[in-house]
Ligand binder design. Structure first.
Ligand code: SF4
Ligand code: SF4
Length: 76
């Protein structure tokens, strides 16, 4: 995993994991109809993880970037 400026850089989704730590609603996982996000460790320290095998199915609809209240997601 590449790490810079506290962001994990995936192929073309960038998640600011520091913002995920404050998340309680996990909109990314709920809204993405392509199953690209999985939030782990929800009870202690939530972290959004990209399902790498699913990432190529992203249609860049931006439902996720719109829904994430923390504005933790960037799609390049
Ligand atoms: S990406 Fe947004 S919605 Fe998903 S866990 Fe992180 S802060 Fe929450
Ligand atoms: S842009 Fe759309 S398809 Fe891509 S990750 Fe976000 S919600 Fe899923």
């Amino acid at each position: 995993m590449e790490v810079s400026n506290n962001c994990s850089t995936k192929t073309f989704h960038i998640i600011n994991e520091n913002k995920c730590l404050k998340c309680q609603t996990f909109e990314c996982e709920n809204v993405c109809f392509r199953g690209i996000y999985k939030v782990i460790n929800k009870d202690l320290a939530p972290k959004c993880v990209i399902a790498k095998e699913r990432e190529p199915f992203c249609v860049k609809c931006h439902l996720c970037t719109t829904a994430c209240k923390q504005k933790a997601i960037e799609i390049l």
